[in-house]
Design a protein around this ligand. Sequence first.
Ligand SMILES: [Zn+2]
Length: 427
Amino acid sequence: MIAGGGSVVIAGGRLVDPSIGVDALRDVRIRDGIVVEVGEHIALEDGDIAIDASNAFVSPGFIDMHVHLREPGFPEKETIVTGTHAAVRGGFTAVACMPNTEPALDDPAVLRAVVAAAAERAKCRVYPIGAITRGRLGRELCDYHALQAAGAVAFSDDGSTVEDTALLVRAALAAAGEAPFISHCEDEGIKAGGVMNEGVTSRRLGLQGSPAIAEESIVARDCTIAIETRKRWHIAHITTAAGLDLVRAAKLQATHVTCEVTPHHLAFTDELVATLGSAAKVNPPLRTHADAAALRQGVRDGSIDACASDHAPHTDAEKSGDFEHAAVGFTGLEIAAGALAYAIEDLSLRRYVEVLSTAPARILNIPGGSLRVGSPGDAVVFADRPWRVDPQQFASKGRVTPFAGRTLPRRIIATIVGGIVAFCEDL
Ligand SMILES: [Zn+2]
C-alpha cells in the first residue's frame, strides 16, 4: 500500500459511472479520501500521485457483497489480511463478509472484533453481515438491533437455509430498518445430501444430485415472505432459470426484492464436474446450459441486480480427495471482475459497473458505488487486456477455482481505496 502526501489523480481514462450517468473521457481527483473533482483535464500539482488510465476504464470501486473471509475461526483458509489483499487485486474496494465463521457473526462483540480487525489490517473496506439465527442453527433469533449497532449491514445464515418458515417470518418482523435479509436457498430435505446438480451428468458420474426445485422452492417461499412482511430481501447466488422467473414475478409486486449471481454460475454448467471434479464443487451447484443462458440474460436485462464472487477459499487439502467429501466452494475475489466479462462478452460497460459496484452499494445501503464529487475516493481502473488465470499468483490462500488456466478478457490495473492506491499492477 502506498501512502501519498498529496492527492491521487486518475488521468486519461474512460469514466463509466452509472450513478451520475457518465460514460466519457474524464480525470478524477481524490483528496483526503474523497472525490473532489471530475473533469476533462485535471492539471497535476506537486505531490500528486498520478495513475495513468489511458486506454483503460475508470469506475467506482467494485463492491463484493458475498465474501467468506474465514475470520474468526479458519485462518488456514483465509484471513482478513489475505482476503482483502485478494479483493483489491480484483478491483474491489469493499467486501461484505458472511457470518459462517467460528464463532458465527451472531453476537455484537464478535462483529465489533471483525470491524476492529478490519480497521487495523484490511486493505479494503469490510462490512460484516450478521447471522439471522444464533449459531446459524435455525432455532433462535439474533438481536438485529444490536447487530446493526455493531456494524451489520445485512442478515444471513448463508451456507444454510433457515428451514423453519415461521421462525423466518418472525425474524423479518423483528428486524426493523433497512438492512436486508440475504437468503441462501437450498431445501436440505429435497437436496438429500446431493453434491452436484441432479441431471444427466450426476447420473452418469453416479453422484447424488440436488434438483433445481431444492433451490426454487425456497426462492418462492422467501420472495413470498419478502412481499408479505415488506422487508427488504436479497436472494444470494441464484442459479436456475425458473428461480430467476420467480424473482422477476416478485419484483413486479415488491421493489425491495433483489438478487445476485456469481461468475461461475454464468460461465459454467454441471458438465464441468466431469472434467474438473472438486474444483467445480460449489453450493448451490453449477446447473445446465439453459440455466446459465437465462442467468446471463437476467444480468443483461436487469432482473439480476448484482454480481458477487461467493469467494469461499479452502485449503488445497480440503479441496482434494474424492468429490463427495471435498470442501464446497472456491476462491474468487481476484478473478470475479474478469470472469464476469468472460461469462458475458457482450455485457454493456454500464451494466458491468452497475452489477459490480452501484447496485451492491444500493442494496447494502453502504457508501461507494459512485464517483460523484463528495463520494468516498474508492475507484478502480481496468482494461480489456486478456490474461491467464494462474492460481499460484493469488494473494488469497485459496488456490482452487474452475477458472484456473482460462484466459479472461479484462484485468484490473489499479484499485484506490479512500484515496490510497491499494493495488497497482505497475508498482
Ligand atoms: Zn450461500
